[in-house]
Design a protein around this ligand. Structure first.
Ligand code: SF4
Length: 449
């Protein structure tokens, strides 16, 4: 098999080479992989599924937990097994955090840090046989917004728009600020330009994403905020549905809540990281709000936005979390109208303040608490969805069928999966009447608009 270098034609195109991607982690990583893949396809490379033999593999890793590190390593090994001669390039947050560790995995040829993702096609052109090359800079010094943008999201009916990167919050358990750098925002004019271009290709729903989305605009001159951007997008009239990815509790402002309640465009859905319902633990996490604030926030959201889905992230087994502190979290969740939970066991990230805190909770106990919370989450999800039986919902129909029912499936604007018994074309917003709940989704029929 030719080396990567031999296959580059005289114009520097990576023509004919098969390239496969595997991406772990958040939507921002997914957006960036889509952007890199489009750039490489434009250079003449052929994208193939990760399960196939390829000439190059790009593994875009995640490092938020010990488990995502280990999944990243597994994917690297899978790629090198599939084609031992392939050029394996590892990038993403794990690559930024631990390049030397990755360099020890046999078969890895290149390691690119967070800011170096934009240079991946150049890196492939330079890549020759030999030991792994590490190109990982000091990400906290990065000031530029990485403009890896995709014009299509082949596996998705909705378009994901990365408008913010980095984080300055330094929550005590979180490795993200160290691997993603400081808060950087995409200027509003560029956000609108991208939305217009994507809307012209037929996208109806847009998801604004970022590492710390609620910090959008703080670094821009003049300074601005997420609610102002959302209002501008709504007023622009190009977008049928606009969804926000995770927003921190203190950043769910009254203006944002008002837009959700009144615009008719912003989905009735918020994802808010709670992490703990115990004030002592929240302070140790450096989260800057307490349980009373969170309860009141939920009350204000529900008053202003009837039918809203509020999903939360919650962490089990942070250092010092006693049984009583855990119960506080459990009670807060049980008492409040939460639509679904994402539960994570605390993962000790070297280099973060929490990693050296006393009172580390044993793994078995973290597991038990995680399972307990997940069981509450399952009940919450069902209860939330069942409220909408017999009430019309608007569902963006996806280009796939449901694995369980075989029906077309999509998400309501308040983020309930809905399987539709009628024939409906993909990428339409259908008005449906849910009839029952079945294995995590509502079953519904189309009704006239
Ligand atoms: S806000 Fe906190 S949890 Fe979220 S990315 Fe920043 S440091 Fe991590």
């Amino acid at each position: 098999m030719a080396t990567v270098k031999e296959d580059i034609d005289s114009k520097g195109r990576l023509s004919g080479l098969r390239i496969a991607f595997a991406t772990l982690g958040c939507k921002v990583n997914q957006c960036e992989s889509a952007g890199i893949a489009e750039g490489l396809a434009a250079s003449g490379m052929t994208l193939v599924p990760f399960a196939e033999a390829a000439d190059c593999y790009v593994i875009n890793t995640c490092t938020v937990t010990g488990s995502t590190d280990s999944q990243s390593r597994q994917l690297i090994r899978r790629a090198t097994r599939r084609n031992p001669e392939a050029a394996v390039l590892v990038t993403g947050c794990y690559a930024q955090r631990a390049p030397e560790e990755i360099a020890r995995i046999p078969g890895v040829r290149f390691i690119a840090g967070t800011a170096e993702k934009e240079q991946i096609s150049d890196i492939l052109r330079e890549m020759t046989a030999g030991g792994p090359l590490i190109r990982v800079g000091d990400i906290r010094k990065a000031r530029a917004f990485s403009r890896l943008e995709a014009t299509a999201f082949p596996e998705h009916t909705r378009a994901f728009l990365k408008i913010q990167d980095g984080c300055d919050a330094f929550c005590s358990y979180c490795i993200v600020p160290y691997v993603r750098g400081t808060n950087r925002s995409l200027p509003p004019a560029e956000v609108e330009e991208r939305i217009t271009a994507l809307a012209q290709t037929g996208y109806r729903e847009f998801v604004l994403t970022g590492i710390h989305l609620g910090a959008w605009g703080r670094d821009l001159l003049p300074q601005t905020d997420l609610a102002t951007l959302v209002r501008k997008i709504v007023e622009g009239g190009t977008v049928k549905r606009l969804r926000l990815s995770s927003v921190e509790p203190q950043e769910v402002t009254d203006s944002l809540i008002c837009l959700l309640g009144r615009s008719g465009t912003v989905c009735h859905h918020l994802h808010i990281p709670l992490q703990s319902g115990n004030d002592g633990i929240l302070a140790a996490m450096r989260r800057n709000y307490d349980a009373a604030f969170f309860r009141d926030l939920l009350r204000r959201i529900h008053e202003a936005v009837p039918g809203v889905a509020v999903g939360i992230d919650v962490m089990a087994g942070f250092p010092g979390e006693t049984e009583e502190a855990f119960d506080d979290t459990l009670h807060l969740i049980e008492e409040t109208p939460i639509a679904y939970l994402h539960v994570f066991p605390y993962s000790r990230r070297p280099g973060t303040p929490a990693a050296t805190m006393s009172g580390q909770v044993p793994e078995e106990e973290k597991k038990r608490r995680t399972e307990r919370l997940r069981a509450v989450g399952t009940v919450k999800r069902r209860k939330f969805a069942e409220q909408f039986i017999g009430m019309p919902l608007h569902v963006l129909v996806e280009d796939r069928t449901d694995k369980i029912t075989g029906f077309p499936i999509g998400f309501s604007d308040n983020y309930i999966p809905v399987a539709i018994r009628s024939r409906v074309p993909a990428n339409q917003i259908a008005r449906v009447m849910p009839e029952r709940f079945h294995e995590g989704r509502l079953i519904a029929d189309v009704i006239p608009k």
